[in-house]
Design a protein around this ligand. Structure first.
Ligand code: NAG
Ligand code: NAG
Ligand code: NAG
Length: 612
């Protein structure tokens, strides 16, 4: 076997190395990897052990591998020749140091760069060990941004939900997406995760966009992302904040109710019906009545206003969401009942004539959708309850206006009333006794009062016998009757009659006034009469005094008697007055005779049977 010249030299060198290494037999070990944060200091520890005898005879070289796979020495140590230096003009010249310890050498690299992530070799007396240096730069915390536009559940494809960004990490960080803290697996059909990354000075900025097919349940869901990245010895994770999304979904259920008025609805009210569905955004509605679904009752959004309502508006109302498929399955429904009370109808109508003593039944009815209550009033006082009014044995007091008030206890705002005017017809009926007896001093004025009830209204006329001096001082009519007052001067016995008459009949009331004689001991004379009598008395006195004058003079002359002018004198005067009465009567005799004749005629009429 022959070696070529070219092959001989390396073979020879190899043999020499084998001899040398056999001579300085040493074991070297280094960690497989050394992990360090960007900018930190890395330390690579080389441990050695001699197989046989210890030696201080070291030749050590630290070498790095370049990107192009070439190798470059960065540190040289020769124990025998006293070399322990970094090679000049390398990326490590100023950043590395090597220190020797017992059984180990430590290479220190300061301010580790991303470019330091490479393999480091160490040759000790020709034997080589290797370490990979790994560099880590944790990224910034992830920033999430949810889409602000609403997402519809009707979208066929996944829609963008949120985007997460994390900056300046090394090695390249990864994203995981979460929905309500449950990770979203990338292999699902209803989602996509789009990742983009940029590199800047060796550091990675990564952006992930979640595309997701939202459902109605997602309206309350929270989405977040988590970035995971390697750090020395472990994997670290940092979560973003959460975002939620606005989900639009159609109405699947609608509810309808009456917003106002509260309680029972009556005719004339303004009724507000409202509809609400479970869709988002809240749907607008079409309103209709069950009986005529094709008639759209204009509405504004979710409100239907009916004003003013009448009983014809009662019925079932429906609302149909506009975001659904028109008049489909989804609808709201409610019953509206409009209550009413019709005007009261009173029978008999308006006014009714009754004869005295008659009976009458009136009725008052008002049609209502609710139970009613009827009360009858007359002159502000309740006279009957219930819708019929019984008037029995009518008297003039029965006459009047009867008002029926119809109310609805369950809906007080509903009420109505009607009325009937009852007039009791009959002959005049005078108030009080048929015959009234009075006594009055002659010359006095007496007021005689007559009050007659009856319908038609009686008229009252007076006839007075016994005095000329009378007149009707006033008369008054009201609904119930007529009143008249006559003022009569009592000059002698008087018979006064008031005659109340109407179309149906007449009634008479008689006043018998007995004229009391004028009591002369009293001073109740009228001044004219008194002065006349006094003049006569004085004349008579003077005459008597003149006659007596001679007698007294004669007696005195004889000294037989003494009469003082005192009481006994007065008595005599009174006697004389009684004698003069005839004169007074005489003065008035003509008038007295006339009255007496009339009175006799009337008495004869009245007391006919007695006279005969
Ligand atoms: C997200 O949720 C919060 C709290 O639950 C709520 O106040 C907010 O309105 C929601 N935002 C969206 C877009 O749904
Ligand atoms: C009678 O009535 C008239 C009118 O009311 C009144 O002015 C007069 O004083 C009355 N006379 C008597 C005596 O009561
Ligand atoms: C009362 O008046 C009426 C009507 O004027 C008459 O018919 C009647 O005779 C009168 N009665 C008396 C008692 O005067």
């Amino acid at each position: 076997m022959a070696f070529s010249r070219g092959a001989f030299v390396p073979l020879f060198l190899h043999l020499c190395l084998l001899v040398w290494s056999a001579w300085a037999k040493v074991n070297v070990t280094m960690p497989e990897t050394v992990e360090v944060y960007l900018g930190d200091t890395a330390q690579i520890l080389l441990q050695y052990r001699f197989d046989h005898n210890e030696s201080n005879d070291f030749l050590i070289q630290w070498i790095v591998r370049n990107e192009d796979n070439s190798r470059r020495r960065i540190w040289y140590y020769d124990n025998l020749r006293g070399h322990n230096v970094a090679d000049r003009n390398t990326a490590y010249t100023d950043r590395i140091e090597m220190t020797k310890d017992q059984q180990s050498f430590l290479l220190t690299i300061e301010d580790v760069q991303l470019s330091d992530e490479r393999e480091f070799y160490c040759q000790v007396n020709g034997l080589e060990a290797r370490t990979s240096l790994r560099v880590f730069a944790p990224p910034e915390a992830p920033v999430i941004e949810g889409v602000t536009a609403a997402i519809s559940v009707t979208n066929d494809l996944p829609s963008e939900v949120a985007t997460c960004v994390t900056k300046n990490g090394y090695p390249r960080p990864k994203f995981t997406w979460y929905r309500n803290n449950v990770p979203l697996m990338a292999d699902r059909d209803d989602l996509d995760m789009l990742t983009l990354s940029w590199e800047s000075q060796g550091l990675y900025t990564v952006q992930s966009t979640l595309q997701y097919k939202v459902t109605k349940e997602d309206k309350d869901a929270e989405f977040s992302c988590e970035v995971s990245f390697l750090v020395p010895g472990t994997i670290r994770r940092v979560k973003s904040s959460s975002v939620n999304v606005t989900v639009h979904y159609p109405t699947t259920m609608a509810e309808m109710w009456r917003e106002s008025p509260q309680g029972l609805v009556k005719e004339g009210d303004t009724v507000e019906l409202r509809c609400q569905g479970d869709g988002n955004p809240p749907s607008s509605f079409n309103f209709s009545r069950e009986q005529e679904q094709d008639v759209d009752l204009g509405s504004s959004g979710d409100v239907l206003i009916l004003a003013p309502v009448s009983r014809k508006d009662s019925g079932i109302y429906q609302c149909w969401p506009l975001d659904g498929d028109g008049h489909g399955e989804v609808k709201g429904e409610m019953q509206l009942t409009v209550h009413y009370l019709d005007p009261a109808v009173v029978v008999p109508k308006e006014s009714e004539l009754m004869l005295k003593g008659e009976d009458l039944t009136a009725s008052c009815n008002a049609l209502s959708s609710l139970r009613t209550s009827t009360v009858w009033y007359k002159d502000g006082k309740q006279v009957s309850q219930g819708n019929t009014l019984h008037l029995q044995d009518a008297t003039y007091a029965t006459t009047g206006e009867y008002i029926c008030e119809v109310t609805v206890p369950s809906l007080p705002a509903l009420h109505t009333s009607g009325s009937v005017h009852i007039v009791v017809q009959g002959p005049p009926q005078l108030v009080g006794m048929e015959e009234v007896k009075l006594e009055e001093a002659t010359g006095r004025m007496v007021n005689l009062t007559c009050e007659a009830h009856g319908h038609p209204l009686p008229s009252i006329s007076w006839s007075v016998i016994g005095t000329q001096n009378w007149r009707e001082v006033w008369s008054r009519e009201n609904e119930h009757g007529t009143q008249s007052v006559a003022s009569v001067k009592v000059t002698s016995d008087v018979v006064a009659q008031c005659n109340a008459s109407n179309d149906i009949g007449a009634e008479v009331k008689t006043f018998l006034i007995k004229a009391l004689p004028r009591d002369t001991t009293t001073t109740s004379f009228s001044p004219a009469e008194g002065s006349g009598i006094i003049i006569v008395v004085i004349i008579v006195c003077l005459l008597l005094l003149a006659n007596l004058g001679g007698v007294l003079y004669f007696l005195q002359k004889k000294g037989k008697i003494h009469i003082p002018c005192g009481r006994s004198g007065k008595q005599e005067i009174t006697k004389e007055i009684a004698n003069t009465d005839d004169i007074v009567v005489e003065m008035k005799s003509s008038a007295r005779t006339e009255d007496a004749v009339l009175l006799k005629a009337f008495n004869g009429d009245k007391q006919g049977p007695d006279a005969q």
